[in-house]
Write a protein that binds this ligand. Structure first.
Ligand code: GAL
Length: 373
């Protein structure tokens, strides 16, 4: 009788410790980011690690240098280490099927972070921004800034598109949102594309490479703008590509006007270009919101819950719960989507309010408050 009582007492103690969150100590989160060479992922990785460690979880954070084989090995190591949850931003959304089959076999839930992971039934949730809206914001910014009016075809403008990495499932959404928004003006002849490049595949930029975007824009300017044709808009899907495009424009383009240049991510060099007038806007996706949402979702999953729309009540950021849009090839993945917004020279202080940026000593340019960017 005494023995049974002592076992019961021990069981009650363990259960009460678990309920007090001590269980977090035993749980480890594996975080796989694509690369450090694209600035935003340093902020994502650092912030995710900070948030989960502050909540009492162990964290293993890996960066895979935009190398697909390395990312499969890195995630395989996290699985072998027995992590309790995987948070992955895929380099190539199509490349993790086998590795994540191992995660599923090991009973490890997976959150696809920012980029949807395709063709695997191992994905529990997807956390990102409404990436189609990112493109819509870029396209609408062009319409509003140039004052385009479908009723007035007297003024026409030349535009070129620079899209993202074909391996990144987000890139198609960014390009599609922008192109769909601008298509009525293209069809009306108000926006012309001298290069004739209207398809994603024609304007995609593998690995989101700044150098590739630079070379592609140099070739476009040399081929279609050397006769005095004026470039009015360079619609770039993100900041790393906008950096290359802006460099090509400043070095190779004789046009007097400074084309309108779009971007995304709020990278430091691009924010400086925005101050200097070499880029016109960036679409900002608040990393702390995306990481904070992932933290709340991860905590619920690790507590054995299966969250749905009710998780939104725990979030400090504005978000939506979507169970229709993101089919990864094995079925629709329940998704939490955050809201992106436009930043221009006049709204840079909004980035300071995130706590991730601050003004430099001369109050001229924004610098990152994160240790690694
Ligand atoms: C995308 C991401 C964007 C963009 C790009 C480069 O998947 O959503 O923020 O910057 O990667 O890393």
């Amino acid at each position: 009788m005494k023995k049974a009582l002592s076992i019961l007492l021990a069981l009650v103690m363990v259960l009460s410790l678990c309920s007090m969150g001590f269980a977090a100590e035993e749980k480890t989160v594996g975080i796989a980011m694509p690369t450090r060479s694209l600035e935003r992922w340093n902020r994502d990785g650092e912030y995710l690690q900070e948030q989960f460690e502050a909540a009492g979880y162990g964290v293993e954070l890996v960066y895979s240098d935009n190398d697909i084989t390395q990312q499969n090995n890195d995630i395989g190591n996290l699985i072998a280490d027995g992590v309790d949850l995987l948070i992955i931003s895929a380099i190539d959304g199509e490349s993790l099927t086998q590795t994540l089959a191992d995660a599923k076999d090991a009973g490890i839930p997976v959150i696809a972070y920012d980029r949807l992971i395709m063709n695997t039934d191992a994905i529990s949730y997807y956390v990102s921004f409404d990436n189609y809206t990112v493109g819509v914001l870029q396209g609408q910014f062009v319409i509003d800034t140039l004052g385009l009016d479908l009723e007035d075809t007297s003024k026409t403008y030349n535009i070129e598109f620079t899209a993202g990495d074909p391996a990144d499932n987000n890139a198609g959404f960014f390009f599609g949102g922008a192109f769909d928004t601008l298509k009525p003006y293209i069809d009306a002849g108000i926006l012309n594309i001298p290069s004739g490049k209207t398809e994603f595949e024609q304007v995609a930029t593998p690995a989101w490479s700044t150098d590739t975007a630079l070379t592609n824009m140099q070739n476009t300017l040399a081929s279609y703008y050397s006769d005095g044709t004026v470039l009015d808009v360079a619609l770039c899907s993100n900041d790393s590509t906008a950096l290359g495009v802006a460099q090509a424009i400043t070095s190779d383009y004789a046009g007097d006007n400074q084309p309108l240049v779009t971007g995304q991510d709020g990278d430091i060099a691009n924010l400086q270009n925005i101050v200097d007038g070499l880029q016109t806007m960036t679409v900002y996706k608040n990393v702390s919101d995306e990481a904070g949402t992932t933290l709340e979702l991860g905590k619920a999953i690790l507590a054995g819950e299966t969250p749905a729309a009710e998780l939104l009540e725990n979030l400090s950021a504005e978000a939506s719960y979507d169970t229709e849009t993101y089919d990864n090839g094995t079925g629709v993945i329940p998704s939490y989507l955050l809201v992106p917004y436009v930043i221009t020279k006049d709204s840079l202080d909004r980035l300071v309010e995130t706590g991730l940026y601050e003004w430099d000593a001369n109050n001229q340019y924004l610098v990152s408050t994160a240790a690694t960017t």
